[in-house]
Design a protein around this ligand. Structure first.
Ligand SMILES: [Zn+2]
Length: 536
């Protein structure tokens, strides 16, 4: 058997992100065999590596970096969340009415997603709005952009048998009029699931096709992997089905949910799930929710928002959350906790800090939307990993006229997505999209993290002092994403022995104008040694 590489990749510049680059001329060549990087060097060395079957991919002026990993994504669950009419471009109530009238029907249902809370301009989120357009008999279900609340029509509520308030074991709410009639506003998963359970769903084969198309689209933006923050329902079955036919375009690392009320048996099941794996996916970690969202009034804040909301933990008993994390930690399981409000983040930090040095670099906090600057240092001190989605701040406005900012008030709205404070304090910071909450395009997020606004727009930036350097942004998708998954020894850098996950940009992400980087085609994406995207 030949020891020559399967592939040699040549590029004008290669940012290995390795702390101790090999001495000699700049790295411009990488050898790949059986899914691993086997050598790193220059073009002259590359000629010596080649065997007769080696494929040489010369990327010309491209810049090669470690493969990009989205630190927080829902590519499978998102297929259900991002179903029906895409309402993310709707800006006001007239726009919503027009979009609903034009929305396709699925088995008689009108389903929509991605609706910005700001569309309501502070008015109640009420089903009358749906019924005025669709009539009283059309079941309709519209998800708000945050994925934590939805608006259902009266017909949908009737099909689900929801005719009044409900009690839940976790924080969730069927919003009702004073007389007990549901308004249609369903807050948090348990409330939404009442209707989701009776909604039409695409058949497995269709979702399998949609997943492949989605992952291929992600690969075309340079993504080689994703930390998938869910693994429920038939997600694993779906992945097995895809892999029986062809390799997954992205390496997926999945974290099933641990919801409030999970008992010892439930925890044992979550631990057992950690053994599940395929060729290019595995279950690795458990996802928790410490709170909901600021816009939904379900974040956990140290001080209530301007409506007197967002004062409670998603767990009715926060101590039970800490116990569950400690139990999983003892079993060697890494955890990731959704915590948006400052009190939620504090509780996770306290929970991990209580584990002492043993807990370092094993647990992470997702989102962290508003946090006192002084808390940033606690991430380094307790060894807690931060995972953030900079583009989520685009749902706010620099002038604080949006729902998120108004609920929080000026002081807390100023400390929005404090990415830079966390990095400057020495924290590990993985970056991601949380697709379908925001677009998955990694180039757009790399640019946004530097600009604090969407590339190609003249929108005033949000908390521009929190902008990352180009290197910090790239690290968020590579080295820091790898640390966040406990994979620093196997991926995130370009070095012999590491996985052959590579991304080639047509512009250098460390020197390009971010506005241009966001639009520049990706020359090549390779995940696990397999080319998953090639320009042109
Ligand atoms: Zn998420």
């Amino acid at each position: 058997m030949s020891s020559a590489p399967d592939t040699v990749v040549l590029a004008a510049r290669i940012h290995t992100l390795s702390p101790d680059p090999a001495p000699g001329s700049p790295v411009t060549a990488v050898a790949v065999k059986d899914g691993l990087i086997t050598a790193v060097g220059d073009a002259a060395q590359a000629r010596a590596w080649r065997g007769k079957d080696t494929e040489v991919i010369d990327l010309g002026d491209a810049t090669l970096t470690p493969g990009l990993t989205d630190g927080h994504s829902h590519p499978v669950l998102g297929l259900d969340l991002a179903t029906g009419a895409d309402l993310s471009a709707v800006r006001d109530l007239d726009g919503l009415r027009a979009a609903l009238a034009a929305a396709p029907r699925t088995d008689g249902w009108v389903i929509g997603w991605g609706l910005d809370h700001n569309v309501f301009g502070g008015r109640p989120v009420h089903r009358e709005l749906l019924e005025a357009v669709l009539g009283p008999d059309t079941p309709a279900f519209v998800r708000l952009y945050d994925g934590h609340s939805a608006l259902a029509s009266g017909a949908a509520l009737r099909l689900a048998g929801v005719d009044g308030p409900r009690a839940f074991a976790q924080r969730a709410l069927v919003v009702c009029e004073p007389d007990g009639t549901p308004t249609g506003h369903l807050i948090e998963h348990a409330a939404m699931d009442l209707v989701v359970d009776v909604m039409p769903r695409r058949p497995l084969a269709e979702r399998r096709e949609a997943l492949l198309a989605l992952l291929s689209g992600m690969a075309a933006t340079g993504l080689t992997g994703a930390h998938v923050m869910d693994a429920g329902g038939d997600v694993l079955e779906l992945l097995r089905g895809v892999e029986a036919e062809r390799p997954l375009p992205l390496r997926l690392r999945l974290a099933p949910w641990c919801m409030p009320g999970t008992d010892k048996e439930g925890l044992a099941e979550l631990i057992a799930l950690q053994r599940e794996a395929g060729r290019n996916w595995l279950v690795g970690g458990v996802k928790f929710f410490m709170d909901g969202t600021v816009e939904g009034g379900t974040a956990w804040l140290e001080h209530p928002d301007c409506h007197g909301q967002s004062r409670d933990s998603f767990w009715l008993d926060p101590a039970a959350y800490s116990e569950a994390v400690h139990h999983l930690h003892a079993a060697g399981v890494r955890t990731a906790t959704h915590a948006i409000g400052d009190a939620g983040v504090r509780h996770v930090l306290d929970t991990v800090a209580a584990l002492g040095t043993e807990g370092r670099m094993r647990h992470r906090v997702e989102h962290i939307e508003t946090l006192p600057y002084a808390q940033a240092a606690r991430f380094r001190e307790a060894g807690v990993i931060a995972s953030m989605q900079p583009t989520h701040s685009a749902y706010t406005r620099a002038d604080h006229t949006d729902q998120w900012s108004q609920r929080l008030g000026t002081e807390r709205a100023e400390r929005a997505w404090i990415c830079r404070s966390l990095r400057d304090a020495g924290a590990v910071l993985a970056l991601g999209s949380d697709w379908p909450i925001a677009h998955f395009d990694a180039r757009g997020i790399l640019a946004y993290a530097q600009l604090r606004r969407h590339a190609g727009t003249d929108t005033p930036p949000v908390a521009v002092d929190q902008a990352l350097t180009p290197l910090m942004a790239l690290e968020g998708f590579t080295t820091h994403a790898a640390i966040a998954a406990g994979e620093a020894e196997t991926t995130g850098r370009i070095a012999p022995g590491l996985r052959a996950d590579l991304t080639a940009f047509t512009l250098d992400p460390l020197t390009a104008d971010p506005d241009e980087l966001a639009e520049a085609p990706v020359a090549l994406t390779m995940s696990d040694g397999v080319v998953t995207h090639r320009q042109g």
